[in-house]
Design a protein around this ligand. Structure first.
Ligand SMILES: CC[C@@H](C(=O)O)C(=O)SCCNC(=O)CCNC(=O)[C@H](O)C(C)(C)COP(=O)(O)OP(=O)(O)OC[C@H]1O[C@@H](n2cnc3c(N)ncnc32)[C@H](O)[C@@H]1OP(=O)(O)O
Ligand SMILES: [Co+2]
Length: 139
């Protein structure tokens, strides 16, 4: 079951500049910065009520963020939905005909396991599913 929009990912060229910009916009500072080497990204998170804004800077030239910015420029990169049970949700969506980019949940940022759906099946919007690792361990 999908529970809520957990975060919106925004691709940025220069993290420090964008962190300053979003700090001014939201009148608060990012609560966390984390590099996820397996995804080739550096992230910063702002809490916005029930949801979060995740800024994403590429940490290498092969990063999906580097490719995205090259093609489309900076901007909204993905929408992440928190799910109750990531493996069940992946199975359900696969059976509905969506293309899972990773066939097993993988470690994301901010203590989450994540999976992506290919934007070709979702009206051009990259979708991330995520589940807190705490929730998975407690099962
Ligand atoms: C920090 C971890 C995690 C978290 O915990 O929150 C993250 O958020 S990580 C975020 C970065 N990681 C990812 O994006 C992983 C999933 N993405 C991918 O696997 C790839 O980017 C992709 C979607 C499969 C595309 O890769 P690839 O085919 O190699 O790139 P192309 O540049 O050739 O794109 C093909 C096609 O897809 C369009 N595209 C690419 N990215 C997006 C996007 N974010 N939103 C919408 N569309 C996207 C791209 O424009 C191409 O379209 P066409 O030109 O029409 O063919
Ligand atoms: Co994300």
């Amino acid at each position: 079951m999908m529970l809520k929009v957990e975060h919106i990912g925004i691709a940025v060229r220069e993290m420090e500049k964008s962190k300053d910009l979003f700090s001014k916009l939201f009148n608060k500072t990012a609560y966390k910065e984390e590099a996820v080497e397996s995804e080739g990204v550096i992230t910063s998170f702002f809490q916005m009520g029930e949801t979060k804004i995740e800024l994403l800077e590429a940490s290498n030239d092969n990063s999906p963020i580097a490719k995205f910015i090259q093609k489309k420029g900076e901007g909204i990169h993905h929408i992440a939905y928190e799910v109750e049970d990531i493996e069940l949700e992946m199975e359900r969506l696969k059976n509905e005909g969506f293309t899972l980019i990773n066939d097993k949940p993988k470690k994301g940022a901010d203590n989450k396991m994540v999976c992506f759906l290919h934007p070709k099946d979702t009206n051009g919007v990259l979708i991330e599913l995520c589940q807190e690792i705490r929730t998975i361990d407690a099962e």
